[in-house]
Design a protein around this ligand. Sequence first.
Ligand code: HEC
Ligand code: HEC
Length: 391
Amino acid sequence: MLASQTPGGSNVALPSSEEAFAKALHPLLRQKCAECHGVAQRPLFAVLDPVKAHTTLTEHQLVNLNDVSNSAIVQKVRIGHNGLDPGLGYLIEDGILLWAGQLNPGRDVTRPTTFIMEPKANAVITGTVLIQAVASDNVGVTGVQLILDGTALEKIEAKTPPFAWPWDTSKATPGIHTLATRARDAAGNWGFSPVVTVTIEAQAAGPDTVAPTVSVTSPQVNAVLTGVTNLVASASDNVGVVGVQFILDGVNFGAEDTTAPFSVSLDTKTLTNGNHTVSAKARDAAGNSTTSVVVNFSVNNPVPTATFAWISQNIFGPKCVSCHNATTHYNNVDLSSYSKVMSTGSVVAGSPSTSKMVIEINSGAMPKAGTKLTPAEVGAVSTWIQNGAPN
Ligand code: HEC
Ligand code: HEC
């Protein structure tokens, strides 16, 4: 037995290291480690005889009474040993502290307590978050360290409150991370916080600010158009083009085309002969849009003249004869020659208003299929009949 002077002045017998160990730690080691380290697994620090167990611990330097947390048996268990709960490391640490405290009654054997206040457990976080912890101790906290994914960040120990660390999560990998703190006191006792698990959300991609590119590929610049043609545009976008609207002579033309290839049909006879412009406006889902360079073109359709030759060549031939010829002649109307046209009864020379021909084309009933006649074409037929329907 050793003796020491207490502050009160009376001599108190201190236990031996073996005796202190037998009370403070041996029962725990017997309970948790003896299965292996009390039977056959060396080092045999959990055998039934506490003196022998004590000898093994000290010979193998498995315990450090001055720097308790760094004791080998604490460290070994805390990293997860043979399926043992890592939390058992703290119980062993407490046992060693108790042991050290019995040898030195003045020793502070209370470890600090610490908790992470922010972020909360299971929080989903982005950007920069402020990690905030609290810590307290019976004597005083001398420092708090952050433990990120199991590694103590010793270099950024906070010595005084507030115990807080900004964390730029954009620099960490998205996914699950663990946070904990450890606080120490002047006696070198460490207290650990419960682990907080957080999820760093993948940084959302910035808003799409890139507008599509678009150009009119048909007609070509200064093209001369007749009849029915397609306006065609080519458009692309970093994300995707959701629609192309053609603009004819400064006015939206047709419906927006939502699928590539982007095109719309144009009957140039609905336009005046002469110069026109076309452009195309493409937009993406984010609302960015671009209008193409304007393409100049001209229309040069045959001008209706009120003669049988012109009407036959430009109207009857292309638009009527497929259904009104020598073989197929609906309602006995054959429009393949002047004599046949005049023998149908649908033309009353000098009287457009009573001519079935004019009535049919004026109402749009004829041609029964295909492109309707333009007002100018109807006018040409009407004038030709008005003039006596000459050959
Ligand atoms: C199921 C069997 C088993 C249990 C239970 C067990 N250990 Fe072990 N221990 C081993 C084995 C096997 C080794 C050697 C391999 C290794 O180091 O992991 C070992 C090694 C060790 C070492 C390393 C010794 C050295 O000299 O480096 C320490 C320290 C240790 N154990 C501590 C403990 C403590 C403390 C407990 C109880 C809380 C414990 N073990 C419970 C099987 C066990
Ligand atoms: C796709 C076939 C088709 C085409 C093209 C067509 N027709 Fe017809 N047409 C018909 C049919 C069928 C009838 C019979 C009446 C009906 O079904 O409406 C008819 C009847 C007529 C009649 C007689 C109407 C009556 O009441 O007796 C006239 C006149 C006529 N067509 C003029 C024209 C002219 C002019 C054109 C060209 C600008 C034309 N058709 C193009 C199919 C056609």
